[in-house]
Design a protein around this ligand. Structure first.
Ligand code: FES
Length: 276
């Protein structure tokens, strides 16, 4: 330790006081510099990080214009030692953040994105169901079309029979003429014109016959009887004879065996033998 001040002379004491003042000023300046060092270092880090973002062109860098809190804390920790250069830290930090490969990050879809994906799935199911229903409807329409198409050619039972000119039809008092292929009896009547009577009995489906002696149709199965015009007379048949549609096209008589009309009920027959 220095000598006792009491032993010093006047000039030596003044010199000693000056030295002490200089030391105190130097110490105060050093303390002030140390106190300002963290803030200065932080400014340098921020500037360097911003510059790093501008220079770096890697698309996966996560750094923004603001340094991360972790980076700032690290820089502060270094600067507290008062021996670390803030610019060096900033350069290291910038290099680290620029060159470091970004970790693969799983980003969960936002509710909007989820809703959009869900909507897409729903739309797909809607289109799938719509397509299936469309195919089903198309199949049904095709089946209906083929069902409605005429399945019989002209001259085949179920189709149209052209039986000659109107002027060549049998007389109104002539016996009926059998058309075996068309399964009908052709008669010409005074009141109803030309009629085509279906050859099948309306009772249980037997083939009735024309009995010229009685001038009427008679069924051999259960005895039902019908007039020349096809009206019910007697027997178990529930109705008069069924008829096919007869038309005249360009003077030609046509019988459509695909269009049958059921006979009227036997109770309504004008030729009924036994009154109801
Ligand atoms: Fe003709 Fe019975 S089938 S009367």
């Amino acid at each position: 330790m220095a000598e006792n001040s009491a032993d010093l002379s006047g000039s030596e004491r003044e010199q000693r006081i000056a030295e002490l003042k200089a030391k105190m000023q130097a110490s105060a300046k050093k303390n002030k510099a140390q106190a300002e060092a963290p803030a200065k270092a932080a400014q340098e880090v921020k500037a360097a990080a911003g510059a790093a973002v501008v220079v770096a062109d890697a698309p996966a860098v996560v750094v923004t214009g603001e340094p991360t809190p972790a980076a700032v804390s690290a820089a502060h920790a270094k600067s507290n030692g008062a021996a670390t250069n803030g610019a060096t830290m900033a350069a290291e930090l910038a290099q680290t953040t620029t060159l470091a490969a970004p970790e693969p990050v799983f980003v969960e879809d936002s509710p909007e994105v989820k809703a959009r994906k869900e909507m897409t799935r729903r739309e797909f199911m809607t289109y799938a169901w719509g397509g299936a229903l469309g195919l089903l409807a198309l199949q049904g329409a095709a089946g209906l079309f083929f069902f409605m198409m005429p399945r019989f050619k002209a001259g085949e039972f179920g189709g149209v029979f052209f039986i000659g000119p109107e002027s060549a039809m049998p007389a109104t008092d002539a016996p009926p003429e059998a058309n075996v292929a068309g399964k009908f009896w052709l008669v010409n009547t005074t009141d109803e014109g030309i009629k085509a009577l279906y050859m099948v009995c309306t009772h249980l489906g037997c083939l009735y016959k024309w009995e010229q002696a009685n001038f009427r149709f008679e069924c051999p199965c259960h005895g039902s009887k019908f007039t020349r015009e096809g009206y019910y007379i007697e027997g178990p048949a529930p109705r008069s004879l069924d008829t096919f549609l007869v038309t005249v096209e360009n003077g030609e008589v046509a019988v459509d065996t695909g269009k049958k009309t059921l006979g009227s009920p036997s109770s309504e027959s004008p030729a009924r033998a036994v009154p109801v």
